[in-house]
Structure formats: structure tokens, C-alpha cells
Design a protein. Sequence first.
Length: 202
Amino acid sequence: MSEVKTNKLTGTSTAGSILVTGEGNSTTTNLQQGLAKAWANGTATATVNDSFNVSAGTDHGTGEFYALPVFACAGMMWMASARDLVSIFVSLELVTITFYILVAYMRRQVGSLEAGVKYLILGALSTGFLVYGIAWIYGVTHTTNLAEIGIAISDPDSALAANPSPLFFGLSLMLLSLAFKIGAAPMHLWIPDVYQGAPTPI
């Protein structure tokens, strides 16, 4: 029994850990991380470049505006390298809080402030779902590390294999929250108001 556990910890016989972390092919994983980081850099650069024309001649202040996409880019790059649910949560919230500020940046326009408040309230609700889902997954697997979660999922002798309902509930809460974050249906109802009030480059 201890031999089986040792093999699982090394990740040699665990399909679950390969599925969750991509450890089966480190080259593929590094390539995916590199592509995600390149995409984050590209979008941040495009946002800053587009904002030069939009912010010219405005009285909203531009100094701090250009720092915010850098924070968002750092959060997205950190999330691409994350191997733990806590790291994913912290990096995702860094990106989300930056977006709250960017959406409401035109503070002298009522539409921008309204969009920021709506986004903040609904975003806080989705964050609650995400934290609750992570708590459920931690409760049934006793870890937040993605590799160890994969090991716990793939163990046929564990209590989790006998009753996977708590795990499915936690995953459902996380998917619900992530669906809101990316604006996937049916959690997309906030998008029109927020997009209408946000500055054009955002």
C-alpha cells in the first residue's frame, strides 16, 4: 500500500495528476504557460497603446491609469504559473480588482461609475462562490495543491471515490464563479452595462 502511495506522489501512475497539472509532458505545460504569458503581455501592451489616443485631452488623470494594466498583466502571468488553488485565487483577484478600477476610471461620468459599482457587487458575489468552492474541494481532498488534488481524485480506495458528491459540488461552485469572470452564459447579464460604461480601451 505504501508503494502505491509513493508512486502516486511521484506522479508516475496517476492519470489524475497529469489531468490536473499537465505533469505528463513538461514541455507542453511550459509551452502553454509561455503562450498564456505572451497573450497577457500582448493584451496589456495593446490596452496601453490604445489608451494614449483615448486619454489625450481628458481631465481624468492618466499617470495611474498606465500602471493598472501592468498589475492586471502580472496577475494573469502569475495565474498561468500557479499550481495551487490559493495562488490561482489571489492572482485572479489581483486581475479582477484591477478591472474594477479600470471600469470605473472615468469617475466624472455617471455611466462609468454605475458600471464600476455593478461590476464590483456582482464580482464580489462571484468571488464568494469561488472561495466557497475552493473550501469544499479542500474539505474533501485536504489540500489545495493541484497535483495532490489529482492524486486524491485518482485514488480508487479513498472515501472520495465512494462519495464524490462534495467534490462535484465544489467544482460546480468554482465553474459558476469562473463563468461569471469570463462572461459565459448564463452568467453574462452584467456585460452590457459594464462594457457600455467602461473606457474604450478596457
